[in-house]
Design a protein around this ligand. Sequence first.
Ligand code: GLN
Length: 470
Amino acid sequence: MKTATELRAAYLSGETTPEEIAQESLAVIAATDSDIHAFLDVYDDVAVQAAKAAELIKEKGEQAPTLCGVPIALKENILVKGKRATASSKILDNYICSYDATIITKLKEAGAVLVGGTNLDEFAMGSSTENSAYGPTKNPHDTTRVPGGSSGGSAAAVAMGAVPVAIGTDTGGSIRQPASYCGLVGLKPTYGAVSRHGLMAMGSSLDQAGTLTNSVADAALVYRIMAGKDPLDMTTIDDTTYPKVEVKEKYRIGVPRDFLREGIDPDVMEAFEHNLEALAKAGHEIVDISLPLFEKGLAAYYIVMPAEVSSNLARFDGIRYGVRAEGESLLDVYQNSRAEGLGTEVKRRILLGTYVLSAGYYDAFYGKAETLRSMMRAELAEVYKTVDIITTPTAPTPAFTFGAQGDPLSMYKQDIFTVPVNLTGVPAISIPMGTVERDGKALPVGVQYIAPHAGEERLFDLGIRTYDQR
Ligand code: GLN
């Protein structure tokens, strides 16, 4: 499917209409989604929304809102009034949202056609979408492999051509890693750049909503619509008061060499080296940097995140939301609803989180992890005095086959390069950097660029020049 930017031009020139594109979107879903399973719900009012968008374009022409008639899919942990949002959990099987997330309000105002809710790892916990209570999503590049996760449904929806844009959430890599596995551009904005109001919270100090798209220009377009201070989310930032991160002709790009010595597939590392060469050829300066604390990120993340998960998921008790199991007493209802409604990975993290927060262990685990986190921020601030952007591969491997990461630890290692970004709150983007071959198939892999706080424009600038205009 055309990009959002191309669609707008095609609508304005009369080459096509939002109705035609909405039909195309639904036709792709009808033809391929029984196999791929990117969607949990396809909204029944897609045609109505498209007709409204078409009206607006007729009426307003160039003045029509930016995303008028652009089909967008949404990870199903984002609230859309009147629609189901399951977060891929049995406990929310019957949950219908009573209000719009702030980003949904903004996308609606921008004229987007909301197509449906996409599959994810339950409550966004995972790296493969295998943890969905509704069954996994397949990678459109190779259906024997996972699309990545947790925003695997959103990534697959774009990769299979159903929509030009899908929204995901990223707590430790859940937009960037599936973007890498599915050959897409994935943006995780600065913490606080985009409102979290109406997103189901996983790790509140880590979560951000962002985009999965086929071009960097589309990521920029949709980001600019979603970003901004929101009175309903006190952690959102007013970027006019933020130090300006300039766009430059040539960037100094830092490579944390020590961090990249082990655990990366050799051909992924080769693709990464080729990308560095291309950057140097384009006139950017490539320098080695050292980020020793970043390497500890994964350990800190798997303490901080479960702690926040255990607290955020306490609300799913069978009383306030979703599915209720029977019980003799109120406590039984809580226990039975959670026992039946939540999956294994979710329970594992709730237990882990409750443990690290418990009185006797708080200082030893949670306190230490938070200390490390502030030290990581300081380390990063120091490095950004000498470089403009940091780069790593997005993930150490291409998409893996179903069941390949049998134990939780090997799955967690997929996030080694992405979690430090959430812990420090800076923005990052994953952009395709070629393919590697597995079982005779060419599988996409991504490069990650990390900018200082509120440095999204720098990522877009580098990305558009090196990828969109390649
Ligand atoms: N894969 C990571 C995890 O399992 C990140 C998840 C996310 O970003 N939502 O926690």
